[in-house]
Design a protein around this ligand. Sequence first.
Ligand code: NDP
Length: 349
Amino acid sequence: MAPATIPKTQRRVVLANRPAGEPSGQDFRVEDGPVPEPGPGQILVRAIYLSLDPYMRGRMRDVVSYAPVVQIGEVMPGGIVGEVMKSNHPNYAVGDIVEERLGWQEYGVSSGTARKIDPTLAPISTANGILGMPGLTAYFGLLEAGQPKPGDTVVVSAASGAVGQVVGQIAKLAGCRAVGIAGGPKKCAFVKDELGFDACVDYKAGGDLTAALKAACPDSIDVYFDNVGGPVTDAVFANLNFWARVAICGSISQYNTAETEFGPRTPGFFVGRRVTTRGFIVSDFLTRFPFAMARLGGWVRSGKLKYREDIVDGGISKAPEAFIGLLKGDNFGKRQVRVGPEPAGLPKF
Ligand code: NDP
């Protein structure tokens, strides 16, 4: 086979301004840059799918959290699935498909930390989704922080999204009743009819959300997997059972607000109801990723876990618009950007 042509320059997306609230297109800049040359022990990777994730909003703030702040002019961070184009590392060959954190750019170098993907097992884009960070987040967040028991009622917010769709399905596999919360009738129909949740509450339908959740969860809520925070979470809290567990995964409803607009909530009834809350970051479970990935992979291949992806075409320059939309809920499933074509000859599923 003729060696693939590698251009000298590439396009990438950098942070141009720090948004105070909702990001706009002007907070990002699409620019040209050199394609890097891999050094000793490194590989050059061409991005095929860029994963867009809510955590990226946090990196745009000048506030140190569990991960470094993106500096103005720096390439936006992010995971990609891509193809090895050059290899100076014995573990990787040209043509390998890998998953690595190379950011919002068409080409990047990795120093031997990329995860190799077997393209015969599932579509390679799943390595950014159900068989990647979001799937692992659902797995460990539910099973470790949520501690579900058979017969429990498990509620998950952002239920049609990358993490939420997996949470409810694993809850079902664990013998629980799964109830989703999602925005709009289409997302709710998908969650119930295609993913097999027992019920889904549309938080955008208007009316009393606390009452709607009570109707959907007549035996109260034993486990809440919180992806959103804010008013949705307040309504769930009002329906928690005694000894409930709350797995705090994220608070997307707060990500575009100024820091001063939110503060700690103090639900006094957590005392009487003996509620346990646990925040977690998926990397807390790093050493157990291979085991969890094998289980997730088995469930996907046997059809026990279904998934929906939302892939935006048009290349890397579409990433800002697709990311801004993700924060507003215009994604339907795991959002990614198709940065470049898949190599010819990959299996079809
Ligand atoms: P999703 O694919 O679920 O997309 C985000 C969804 O959030 C939107 O589709 C929308 O769904 C919902 N949403 C947006 N704004 C609001 C709002 N104001 N109120 C309620 N819901 C809203 O994203 P992910 O699955 O990738 O991420 C889900 C959560 O998990 C995020 O909070 C993220 O930060 C967190 N996370 C945490 C990790 C960890 O290690 N702790 C790792 C990975 C993710 P809808 O239309 O239904 O409202």
